[in-house]
Design a protein around this ligand. Structure first.
Ligand code: HEC
Ligand code: HEC
Length: 205
């Protein structure tokens, strides 16, 4: 009942946002309500208090809905996320997507000067790793890690530990995405390079 009432109030907002965003399917206002259950881990405004939970604020539109669908389909597996995914409808996913992508990304404290490790990461991020035919990360994730909607996620404003865990999961074949791009890339990187890249990306704003 409550859900129904809330939706009818939101119709006006959804229509208003149509011409502006081009991403018509989701309502950020509805997503904000639905974040109540998610914010225990991902924070009240998509910036998580603990480094094992990813920041979601400022993610490129489309990516979050896509990842939620991947969890639900079992294409991406996380025992921690699993109980919260089951109840989500497609509408919930696009609403949550609209909400998180509308939020300001986390402000990173950029270490100056960059550590030796981060400099190693920067070289691969900007120039790739020719020896193993790895393309520059910035060609898909952007020079400052802001991503390109909707396929290429933002990798800046993110916790180092989360980035590292994901790259290792791609490398080991534990995270399979909607294509093999990241698995192939991560497979060609050493664990040391993955640590270096994660440290560099975590300092990008
Ligand atoms: C108990 C803690 C917890 C709760 C509650 C939770 N999450 Fe998560 N979430 C996680 C963890 C841990 C991960 C990383 C999992 C992985 O490695 O795939 C994650 C990953 C994600 C991702 C993938 C992010 C990316 O950059 O690829 C999205 C999107 C997400 N959660 C959305 C949600 C939404 C929406 C809800 C509420 C319906 C929610 N989460 C509830 C812990 C939680
Ligand atoms: C050809 C395009 C392309 C290149 C080059 C690329 N990526 Fe990606 N990256 C993707 C795509 C697509 C995804 C989403 C994968 C999925 O979930 O299916 C992704 C996802 C990621 C994620 C997970 C983000 C999250 O929120 O969970 C990280 C971290 C990442 N890439 C880091 C890198 C690094 C580091 C490099 C360079 C060594 C790189 N990527 C190069 C396309 C690319």
């Amino acid at each position: 009942m409550l859900f129904k009432a809330r939706n009818s109030v939101l119709v006006g907002l959804i229509l208003l946002s149509l011409p502006v965003s081009g991403f018509a399917a989701g309502s950020a206002e509805a997503g904000k309500q639905k974040n109540a259950i998610c914010m225990a881990c991902h924070g009240p405004v998509g910036i998580s208090p603990a480094f094992i939970y990813p920041n979601l604020a400022g993610q490129v539109p489309g990516y979050i809905a896509d990842q939620l669908a991947a969890y639900k389909a079992g294409d991406r597996v996380s025992p921690i996320m699993a109980p919260f995914i089951l109840a989500l409808t497609e509408e919930d996913m696009v609403d949550l997507d609209a909400y998180y992508s509308s939020l300001e990304p986390a402000e990173q404290a950029v270490p100056e000067p960059l550590s030796i490790t981060a400099l190693e990461g920067q070289a691969i991020y900007r120039g790739g790793f020719a020896e193993r035919e790895v393309a520059a990360c910035m060609s898909c994730h952007g020079p400052s890690g802001h991503g390109i909607p909707a396929l290429y996620p933002r990798v800046s404003a993110q916790h180092k530990e989360y980035l590292e865990t994901q790259l290792l999961a791609f490398k080991k074949g534990e995270r399979t995405g909607y294509n093999d791009i990241m698995s192939e890339i991560a497979f060609s990187l050493s664990e040391q390079q993955i640590t270096a890249l994660s440290e560099y990306m975590a300092g990008l704003n």
